[in-house]
Write a protein that binds this ligand. Structure first.
Ligand code: KPL
Length: 311
């Protein structure tokens, strides 16, 4: 069962590295030729949260820059394609590239935060089975070929649109992830998980990025908690208007994520610190878009969206 990993950031290296260590043939598609060469030369160094480390020999990996030789390799298609890039890298070039490397047996799993990408990919790859992955794995890329697993999380995989006939292949993928050392499960309602994660990210990420705080510090004073709650309540009003199901304890879930990842910095703060564009448009921007088209006021999301864009 060959696996393509598109995007060798923290998540790509973690999933690709552990699958390769377990013996799955893994092919990385990187953003730069330099990273592909480094992975081939040095392999992947993967440190677990308990301090143990594994090195996956580069000889056992395939690695190419995105775009290179995709036509030649079209006959050698993977069964699973894990899209582990950030949303902002899903552009016309990447979509064209994906349409060239998928084969008749390829199934695509999207690991992005936010919403909007599944529609883009679904339109670019008609007929290709599409899954979403929601993961709480914490990983930190140390350099182009090494990654630290900050903490073991849970990865939920579900078919986009919840199509029942896509469940049985997903079961075998989930089993493969489990054998490779992940806690994974099949979700029959991944849409609900996507929106749950969207609101967690829409509340935590912009506030940590604007105030330069780690996730746990959001709970350290009443003013921060009040804003966190405001973002949560506004988001739930949007979900109500669209009939998107949510649990009544959504704010408690957000607070629980702040506590369980208290010393972590959010991916948005990380992007800001590295001077990279953030995912604000795909997270709060999408919520604002949804709210506007139903005439719902979401002043908190409007404000953080503008402020983070201006950073
Ligand atoms: O997913 C996250 C992110 O940083 O993007 C959270 C859950 C907020 C953890 O940091």
């Amino acid at each position: 069962m060959k696996v393509d990993i598109i995007g060798a950031g923290a998540l790509g290296l973690l999933f690709g590295g552990k699958l390769a260590a377990f013996g799955v043939p893994v092919r990385f598609w990187t953003r730069t030729p330099e990273q592909a060469a480094k992975l081939k030369k040095e392999g992947i160094r993967l440190a677990e949260a308990d301090g143990t480390a594994t090195v996956v020999d580069g000889q056992r990996l395939e690695a190419y820059p995105v775009g290179e030789g995709s036509r030649d390799r079209a006959s050698d298609t993977a069964e699973w394609l894990l899209l582990t890039t950030k949303q902002r890298h899903i552009d016309a070039n990447l979509l064209t590239f994906l349409s060239r490397i998928v084969g008749p047996k390829t199934k695509v799993v999207c690991f992005q935060n936010g919403i909007g990408h599944l529609e883009l990919i679904g339109n670019a790859l008609p007929g290709v089975p599409l899954y979403a992955a929601i993961t709480t794995e914490g990983a930190k890329r140390l350099n182009e070929s090494s990654v630290n697993r900050a903490g073991q999380g849970i990865t939920q995989i579900g078919a986009n649109g919840g199509m029942a006939d896509l469940e049985s292949p997903a079961e075998s993928f989930v089993k493969m992830l489990e054998k490779a050392g992940f806690t994974a499960l099949l979700s029959k309602d991944i849409g609900r998980e996507i929106y749950r994660k969207l609101l967690i990210n829409a509340a935590i990420n912009p506030l940590t990025a604007l105030w330069r705080l780690n996730n746990g510090q959001l709970l350290e004073n009443d003013e921060r908690i009040r804003l966190l709650r405001q973002l949560c309540d506004e988001g739930l009003r949007v979900y109500e208007a669209y009939g998107i199901p949510y649990n009544a304890d959504m704010f408690d879930q957000i607070a629980a994520v702040c506590r369980s990842t208290s010393t972590n910095i959010s991916s948005m703060l990380k992007d800001v610190q590295q001077g990279m564009p953030t995912e604000i448009d795909h997270i709060n921007g999408k919520l604002v878009e949804m709210a506007r088209s139903k005439g719902i006021a979401v002043p908190g999301h409007e404000m953080v969206w503008r402020l983070v864009r201006a950073l």
